[in-house]
Design a protein around this ligand. Sequence first.
Ligand code: FAD
Length: 150
Amino acid sequence: MIHQLVYYSRNTVPGGDRAMLTNMREILTVSQRNNSRDGVTGFLIFDKTWFVQILEGERVRVTGTYDRIARDPRHIGAAVIDVRDVPARLFPNWTMGGAMRTPEVQEVYLQHGFGGPLDPVRLKSGQIVDLALDLQAFEASRRQGQRLAG
Ligand code: FAD
C-alpha cells in the first residue's frame, strides 16, 4: 500500500507573483531532489495565501518529509487534512509537481466549482486530490504542447 498525506498551510513568502514563483522554483527543485531520493511523489497547489500538498510513498518517508516541511519558515500553520493508505500512487510521474493559481489554470478551478479564493480549511481531501489530478493533466498537456512547438 502507498501512504498518502494531504495538508494545507499558510504561505508566508513575501512579495508579488515574481517573488513567489522564484521561491516556488527553489522549493520544487529541492523537493524533486529529496523526493526522488526518498521515493516520494505528489503535487503542490499554491496561491498567495495557501499551500495545499499531497505526499505519497512509503509511510516512514512520507511522515519524515512532512515533518521536515512543517518546520519550514516559508509557511505556517501546517494542518493535516487526511492520511490514508491507497492501493497505488496518483502522481507516479511527479517527484513533486506544482501549480500556482494563475489566470491560465483558472478554467480548471472553475470546473471544480472554485470561482473564488481557495479555502482549504473547508475542503475535503477528495476535492483537493481531484483538483490536483486535473491540474496535473493540464500541466502535462501544456508541457507536451511546448515540446511539440519546440
Ligand atoms: P536544504 O535545502 O539544504 O535547506 C537547509 C535548511 O534551510 C532547511 O531547514 C530549509 O527549510 C531551510 N531553507 C532553505 N531555503 C530556505 C529559504 N529560502 N527560506 C527559508 N528557509 C530555507 N521538501 C521536500 O523534500 N519535499 C517536498 O515535497 C517539499 N515540499 C515543500 C512544500 C512547501 C509548501 C514548502 C514551504 C517546503 C517544501 N519542501 C519540501 C522544503 C522543505 O521544507 C525543506 O526546506 C527541504 O526538504 C530541506 O531540504 P534539505 O534537507 O536538502 O535542506
